[in-house]
Write a protein that binds this ligand. Structure first.
Ligand code: ZN
Length: 274
């Protein structure tokens, strides 16, 4: 979750307000009964514009081996997701925070601090798989549909006054934060993440192990996890839900799956050198 300048958010929100209201595509099995008026092609376009705004606010890592590594790990997981027909983009932010986030349309960012904090590739894959879950389930545009549906309705009630719409949009998104997903979105992203890990051949226990690591870290260094806890449900609830999802996978298959790779060890060595 990042906080953008109000003006950037406002222009982004207003662009969406002008979009056609034809029905957005739903992904098989995971968007049932979730209204989404934004077409997928528009979502990708918005994601690209929004990513440019994000990249004005953050510093990206320029280390080629690291970027290639994150991209190839992310792409392999995205290929096994429910929405594998769109391009995905994975980038590393040079920041100490232990966090990651997804914009609508396949733009996923992970903080360097998170890569430093994980202890295995399956943990890192778990984080990326969770973010891919948000993209595949189209949580961003679902939220916008829900929120803008209300504001557009309100503006109609108020005589379709554009400045009134601006005020409503700013009130809805300016302070609350556009990228704050709901608790049910987070639970769905965890559930999908476990599935994508398993389908890609990763040990799905990585997700639970990462949560346990965060719980321990939170006691030692609460500051670097402040934003993570502000934007995610309690870890104990998530851990239980992830374990329940894992119980559906035959245990003998989990033992055979990937936990680490030479590339992951190389990235770790790179960070330790700095
Ligand atoms: Zn999430």
């Amino acid at each position: 979750m990042v906080y953008l300048k109000k003006s950037a958010l406002l222009s982004f929100v207003l662009t969406i307000g002008l979009l056609s209201t034809s029905c957005g595509m739903s992904v098989k099995g995971i968007n049932k009964f979730q209204p989404n008026v934004i077409p997928l092609s528009q979502e990708i376009d918005l994601g690209r514009k929004f990513s440019k705004e994000v990249e004005k606010e953050v510093k990206l890592m320029r280390l080629r081996v690291l970027n290639d590594y994150i991209d190839s790990l992310g792409q392999s997981l995205a290929k096994n997701s429910d929405l594998n027909t769109i391009p995905y983009h994975f980038k590393v932010i040079n920041g100490k925070q232990i966090n990651a986030f997804a914009l609508p349309g396949g733009y996923i960012y992970v903080y360097r601090g998170l890569i430093e904090a994980v202890d295995s590739e399956s943990e890192l894959a778990g984080v990326l798989a969770h973010e891919i879950g948000h993209v595949a389930a189209r949580h961003g545009t679902e939220q916008m549909t829900r929120q803008l549906g209300f504001s557009i309705l309100a503006s109609i009630l108020l005589g379709n006054n554009p400045s009134q719409l601006e005020i409503l949009a700013a009130r809805l998104f300016g302070t609350a934060g556009l990228l704050a997903y709901s608790r049910s979105n987070e639970a769905e992203a965890d559930r999908l993440g476990v599935r994508y890990l398993y389908k890609t051949g990763y040990n799905p226990e990585g997700m639970g192990e990462f949560f346990e690591r965060l719980q321990a870290l939170h006691k030692d260094k609460p500051n670097i996890l402040e934003k993570f806890f502000a934007t995610h449900p309690p870890l104990s609830n998530r851990l239980e839900a992830v374990k329940a999802e894992m119980a559906k996978i035959p245990p003998e298959e989990i033992k055979e799956s990937i936990k680490n790779s030479p590339e992951f060890s190389m990235v770790k060595v790179l960070f330790n050198k700095e």
